[in-house]
Design a protein around this ligand. Structure first.
Ligand SMILES: C[S@@+](CC[C@H](N)C(=O)[O-])C[C@H]1O[C@@H](n2cnc3c(N)ncnc32)[C@H](O)[C@@H]1O
Ligand SMILES: [Zn+2]
Length: 326
């Protein structure tokens, strides 16, 4: 944890400032690797473990989901699943999304001076990209799973990782200028409630992008999940093996489709290749979480409107970006 993060972190319940206690710094004296953050108001402390502040007392209904995702990201960081990409995205793709959805250009340095929040960050691809391309920004990646412990921070001074529930975050209202939440909110028991809690910590003139599962289209991974009835109840290892097994027929179908379509020379350059490991990652991601809600575009737009976002634009199938008045 960087000492700078202390300027932003507050107690999740009373929102008062926290005091750093018993801090142990790394060899360079820059990062706090162990210690506690104490709330004097309520006499509670939150540990800093392996350089990450942890704001979770109990997981309650989210326990199974956070364990499963923690395991998924741990495996991913060790080289299982896709290599160098997360859900098919590399750094350039993440930067492209940041530029396109928020209108922030790395070349112009528009994101400098802003606070970015990647809510439910997994291995924090977007928080890392924002920190790297906007060195004058502060970039936060938060997740309730142990994923944040497995993020390779690449020495980024302005990247802050926090383990917390985004529904009860250690931030004040209006904390972030730019919020990002990809594939997260639909894994909570009540997607809209999670959205409204997240919207509160975005500045009154800020921007927020979310992507949730769409009711408009069905993916093969949803079908596999339904076939297995409640796969999130299976042991983690079983789901890992199942995701690799189910990826075989899916990959063969994609491959056959690709080969047939590529007979047409005009279409060939536009065809997307689906890698086997990318498919396996997607299937695993669909099997392990306990909650998996699907939504209509108009429903999501309504949440943004209710939260005071004036410009609400749909990007992709059900990615929605909203901006409040500037
Ligand atoms: C499908 S993954 C997406 C990760 C990342 N956004 C990405 O696009 O690579 C969903 C992530 O959301 C996290 N998550 C789900 N509910 C959460 C909550 N209430 N608070 C914080 N993180 C949550 C999970 O632990 C998991 O890492
Ligand atoms: Zn407190």
């Amino acid at each position: 944890m960087k000492p700078k993060a202390l300027e932003y972190l507050v107690c999740p319940s009373c929102k008062k400032e926290l005091t750093l206690e018993e801090a142990v710094y790394d060899g360079h004296g820059k990062d706090i690797v162990e210690g506690r953050l104490h709330c004097a108001e309520q006499g509670v402390s939150f540990p800093i473990l392996n350089g990450v502040p942890v704001f979770l007392e109990e997981f309650k209904e989210m326990d199974r989901t956070q364990k499963a995702f923690g395991n998924q990201w741990k495996l991913h960081s060790k080289g299982f699943f896709e290599k160098g990409k997360i859900f098919g995205r590399d750094e350039q793709k993440c930067l492209g999304h940041i530029e396109e959805y928020y209108g922030l250009s790395a070349e112009r340095g528009d994101g400098n001076g802003k606070v970015f929040l990647d809510a439910g960050c997994g291995l924090a691809p977007y928080a890392k990209t924002f920190a790297k391309y906007f060195p004058g920004a502060e970039s936060f990646g938060v997740d309730m799973s142990e994923s944040v412990m497995h993020v390779d921070s690449e020495g980024l001074e302005n990247l802050h990782l926090v383990r917390c529930d985004l529904r009860n975050p250690p931030f004040r209202e209006g904390f972030a200028d730019v919020g990002w939440s990809y594939g997260v909110l639909h894994h909570t028991p009540d997607t809209e409630d999670a959205f409204q809690r997240l919207a509160k910590i975005i500045k009154s003139d800020g921007q927020l992008y979310i992507w949730v599962y769409s009711k408009h289209n069905t993916k093969y991974s949803f079908l596999i999940r339904s076939l297995l009835v409640a796969p999130y109840r299976f042991p983690l290892k079983v789901n890992y093996v199942l995701s690799y097994l189910f990826a075989v027929p899916v990959w063969l179908v994609y491959r056959a489709h690709y080969l047939v379509r590529s007979l047409n020379k005009d279409v060939r350059p536009k065809l997307k290749k689906h890698g086997y490991l990318n498919i396996a990652t997607g299937i695993h991601d669909s099997l392990v979480p306990e909650y998996q809600n699907y939504h209509w575009v108009d429903e999501v737009k309504g949440w943004f409107k209710a939260a005071g976002f004036e410009t609400v634009e749909v990007v992709g199938d059900i990615g929605v970006v909203g901006a409040r008045k500037r």
